[in-house]
Design a protein around this ligand. Structure first.
Ligand code: FES
Length: 610
């Protein structure tokens, strides 16, 4: 028996049929409805909220706890908890697609020597005296560069040479002649640098003849529907026989979407794009290459490859020039990926005087410490709190997310896009905790104060009235339901504070262990680079206040935006920089924190707010 399901989402309203008893989340996924699912349907994140009209089964205690009374009373349900057992209407207010994605970065001038170059040549036509084969003729005028063993390329040669009267454009990469085209096409030589993030994808179109950026395009990583973090996605590839194919197709489709947008906006043909340089964390690099990532997820954390690879783009399903190349930046380990190598490259820390600390904060915090003489790295599982998951009203950096709070001179907040609040994102959460600490709403252990505390009576009335009880838990009210897009109060609960304490302790402890491992003191660190989306938007003073960054680093912290994207750009416009990326990868010494007993001690100490 089928039921009628009317789905309202940002693309409009659709009337669909659903088999009786099908899980609501599965049904929405099957129909390409975008629902936030950070835990990938495991029933732990409480984010797959949809509003349902019609008969549903009673909410279980667990669903009730995750949703909260307020949301339940307003008709919200968690899609992964419920089956379709009657005709229903479902309202999905997913904010996906309106994310604020950090694509800007501090870019350096680098030596312009693109990874692919072209040269126009007029070959001498053969005659009875000169019977050299086509392949010998074309390689003879290529400075000793040979062709790769590419049957498709060799097959095209006879036509290309004769259709162009032996006037052709040759393309080179490394020490190889990688394509031959009829006529003079030297004016057209484009490449795309792509940073594949777990949450977002940022792509840059480069004119390889000039080394200049021509366009930027960003989108959300469609793999998000299989979980917010890499472990959920690896799980999916293990549990579902077609999972790895799906992950690969989803990410390749992002690269192809970016190429297609660049072509239509820049009036280019796909054939004008000859190279794609890709960076991402180690799992994303595996998914891009369709290499099983299972062994990344469990000790001893072994990746299939950490090398730099160069493949014909067409062999990876990337739709650019059929003879173009896809270059995969190298990784260091299972949890220090190609994006970190690219960020180290563009930050310049590997060749700077003094000691730099580079931190990219996401679900994992990747940390690199060092300079010209040595580089140490570690990765610390911060959990998804900074990305809004596991936080009661947490959301990603999307339109309507509360991103900044100000406790000085009366409480106020701002939202991304200046829209009605839908939740609070990472930078907002850090500001909230820093503010709550400053005004005395939480003590140094992270406990939210109550009437029994001495300080309670000293709190300003406007702050005191924000101390509320939400679903039986102490909380600090950020935005009242009437100010928000949905009729739900936005608050920071005691549990949220604990989540944040765990996350910030993981990062801070990672920094401390790395500093010790290098045999230096925190004071010896000359500069701190905050890389990535979160690093771009976070209030540095708030990060120092809550101890996410050690206090000794005050005055030395700088946000450098999407440093991984900037590294990918350097790698495509300069083969010298691409070679440096490979050198950086071999220089970075990886420290496995789980093998360091002192990490646990530091972690416990860093839980406190000082
Ligand atoms: Fe449903 Fe996480 S609780 S996807």
């Amino acid at each position: 028996m089928d039921y009628n399901v009317k789905v309202h989402d940002k693309s409009g309203t659709r009337s669909l049929k659903a088999g009786a008893g099908i899980n609501l989340l599965d049904f929405l996924r099957m129909n390409s409805v975008d629902v936030d699912t950070p835990c990938s349907g495991k029933g732990t994140c409480g984010k797959c909220k949809v509003r349902v009209q019609g008969l549903m089964e009673e909410a279980s205690e667990k669903e009730m706890k995750l949703l909260g009374k307020n949301a339940l009373e307003n008709g919200y349900r968690l899609a992964c908890y419920n089956k379709i057992t009657s005709d229903i209407e479902v309202y999905v207010d997913s904010d996906a697609g309106e994310a604020k994605i950090a694509t800007g970065a501090k870019e350096r001038e680098v030596e312009h020597c693109p990874i692919i170059s072209k040269r126009f040549v007029k070959l001498k036509a053969p005659d009875i005296e000169d019977q050299a084969s086509d392949i010998e003729r074309v390689t003879a005028c290529s400075g000793g560069f040979d062709m790769p063993e590419d049957i498709a390329l060799i097959r095209t040669l006879p036509h290309v040479l004769r259709n162009s009267d032996f006037a052709v454009t040759c393309g080179y990469m490394d020490d190889k002649l990688i394509f031959v085209e009829p006529g003079d096409t030297t004016q057209k030589l484009y490449g795309i640098a792509v940073d594949i993030g777990t949450t977002t994808v940022a792509a840059y179109l480069l004119d390889l003849n000039t080394g200049k950026k021509r366009d930027v395009y960003s989108l959300l990583n469609p793999q998000r529907k299989y979980g917010a973090d890499v472990l959920s996605r690896i799980d999916y590839t293990v549990s579902c026989p077609t999972g790895l194919d799906e992950m690969n197709e989803l990410i390749i489709s992002c690269v192809n979407e970016a190429a297609s947008v660049f072509c239509s906006r820049g009036n280019l043909a796909r054939e004008d794009i000859y190279a794609v340089v890709l960076v991402g964390n180690t799992t994303m690099m595996h998914f891009l290459m369709k290499i099983p990532a299972n062994s990344i997820a469990a000790a001893p954390f072994i990746p299939g490859t950490t090398r730099m690879h160069k493949f014909r783009a067409r062999d990876m399903g990337i739709e650019i020039n059929p003879f173009g190349y896809a270059v995969m930046f190298p990784c260091v380990s299972a949890y220090i990926g190609a994006d970190t190598v690219a960020a180290v490259l563009s930050s310049g820390m590997y060749e700077n005087d003094g000691i730099s600390l580079l931190i990219d904060i996401g679900t994992n915090g990747e940390i690199v410490l060092g300079g010209r003489d040595w580089l140490y790295s570690c990765s610390t599982a911060a959990g998804p709190a900074f990305e809004g998951a596991n936080i009661r009203n947490g959301v990603g950096g999307v339109k309507g997310a509360i991103d900044k709070l100000d406790f000085a001179g009366g409480f106020s907040y701002t939202t991304i896009g200046d829209s009605k609040a839908i939740g609070i994102c990472g930078s907002g959460i850090v500001d909230a905790i820093a503010g709550m600490l400053s005004v005395g709403v939480i003590d140094e252990t992270g406990r939210i104060v109550d009437e029994d505390d001495e300080i309670y009576s000293q709190l300003h009335e406007s702050i005191r009235e924000r101390l509320v009880d939400i679903d039986g838990m102490k909380a600090f009210l950020i935005a009242k339901a009437e100010e928000c897009a949905s009729p739900i109060d936005i608050a920071i609960t005691q549990k949220d504070v604990r989540e944040l304490q765990n996350a910030k302790a993981a990062i801070a402890a990672g920094i401390k262990v790395l500093v010790k491992e290098a045999g230096i003191k925190m004071e010896d660190v000359d500069r701190v680079y905050l890389a990535g989306g979160f690093g771009s938007y976070i209030n540095i003073a708030s990060a120092l206040k809550i101890g996410l960054l050690p206090a000794e680093l005050e005055g030395r912290v700088e946000s450098i935006g999407n440093a991984a994207g900037a590294g990918a750009i350097e790698g495509i416009v300069s083969s010298v920089m691409l070679a440096k990326a490979d050198e950086i990868r071999s220089r970075i010494k990886y420290i496995e924190l789980s093998a360091k007993p002192e990490f646990v001690d530091e972690y416990v100490e860093c839980m406190m707010f000082e």
